[in-house]
Design a protein around this ligand. Structure first.
Ligand SMILES: [Zn+2]
Length: 331
């Protein structure tokens, strides 16, 4: 196995704040990247936290499919939300495994990671809209406006988080976190408004604890990501275990799992009232519409990543951490 490197031996591009050792040798091949997943280094926890999460969510989905008809129009948003969640766990694992391939791949991998998060936000937003919306507010009867808003804010989140790799170096982590704040607030607004509007059974939904967990863990997710705690307090002490990015991954996985659980409960718990409302208003998710929209939006987001990758390759945009990207001496 290749020997691991200390911070001064790797180009600035690959250096993470307050992580001083256990770096993989950059510019290695794909096979070596896969081998690295089975050795201790400073990114291995980041890979496994989301790869295991992906395995758990896919297994859970197989059980859910026995209980819920996910091919039906009514449960379509639940399925696409689940696919969005799995896409971010997949792209995150992919990014943490293959980022040492090259300078361009390093950025492309993490921009794909943001694409996954953006698709999760979009899928979640659509599911929240259909299953969580209050039925008394006119704004939520404008289906096109609500779905269009989801498309717009998640697209902007992707663009700004990708651009933060090339511009605004000092504020890059804050910009990435803030990019995803508008979709988060838009997603949870129907729940908050419904809380004020609810009557009878709608006020005592069994999903309430999961709404609380999802909100609490969202804030706990942002905290280590932006502050770089705990390694900021003791650089070098959290290089392999318990670094902020691992805490961010675990907390994000708990948030998403709570959201999946609450959507499972609310979609079934509100099925009767939502179906009745849909018959009156015509607001009903169509499986084919959701399917086409999801893929079109995903394709457009991929094009954004490819375009930025090409601009980076051509030198039109540059990494904002870059001082000197050199191949390290062979070891
Ligand atoms: Zn990550």
């Amino acid at each position: 196995m290749k020997k691991l490197l200390v911070k001064s031996e790797v180009p600035d591009l690959f250096v993470e704040p307050y992580i001083t050792s256990a770096y993989r040798k950059p510019f290695c091949g794909p096979l070596q990247c896969i081998k690295y997943a089975f050795t201790l280094h400073n990114d291995v926890g980041n890979f496994w936290t989301h790869f295991l999460t992906l395995v758990i969510w896919i297994t859970w989905l197989l059980f859910v499919m026995q209980d819920y008809d996910l091919s039906s129009d009514y449960y379509g948003p639940l399925l696409w939300c689940w696919i969005g969640c799995c896409s971010y766990a997949f792209f995150s694992s992919f990014a943490h495994m293959f980022s040492p391939l090259s300078e361009v791949m390093y950025h492309v991998c993490f921009m794909l990671d943001y694409t996954g998060i953006s698709m999760y936000m979009y899928g979640g937003g659509v599911a929240y809209y259909y299953y969580e919306r209050p039925l008394t507010l006119t704004f939520y009867s404008w289906e096109g406006v609500n779905i269009g808003l989801q498309v717009m804010v998640t697209m902007m989140a992707l663009v700004f988080s990708c651009l933060s790799r090339f511009f605004w170096r000092r504020y890059r982590y804050t910009i990435r976190a803030m990019s995803f704040a508008p979709p988060f607030f838009i997603n949870i607004t129907p729940v908050i408004l419904r809380w004020f509007e609810c009557q009878g059974e709608e006020c005592v939904l069994s999903s309430l604890p999961y709404h609380a967990y999802a909100t609490l863990f969202t804030f706990l997710t942002v905290l280590p990501f932006v502050t770089k705690m705990p390694e900021r307090l003791a650089p070098g002490k959290f290089d392999i275990f318990f670094q902020s990015h691992q805490l961010f991954h675990v907390s994000a996985a708990i948030t998403t799992t709570s959201q999946m659980k609450l959507l499972l409960l609310d979609s079934r718990g509100r099925q009767e009232i939502l179906t009745k409302n849909a018959q009156q208003t015509g607001i009903f998710p169509s499986a084919s519409k959701l399917y086409s929209l999801f893929f079109i939006i995903f394709a457009v987001k991929l094009c954004v990543v490819i375009l930025l990758g090409v601009l980076l390759k051509m030198g039109i945009v540059k990494d904002n951490k870059r001082k000197d990207v050199k191949h390290p001496k062979s070891s």
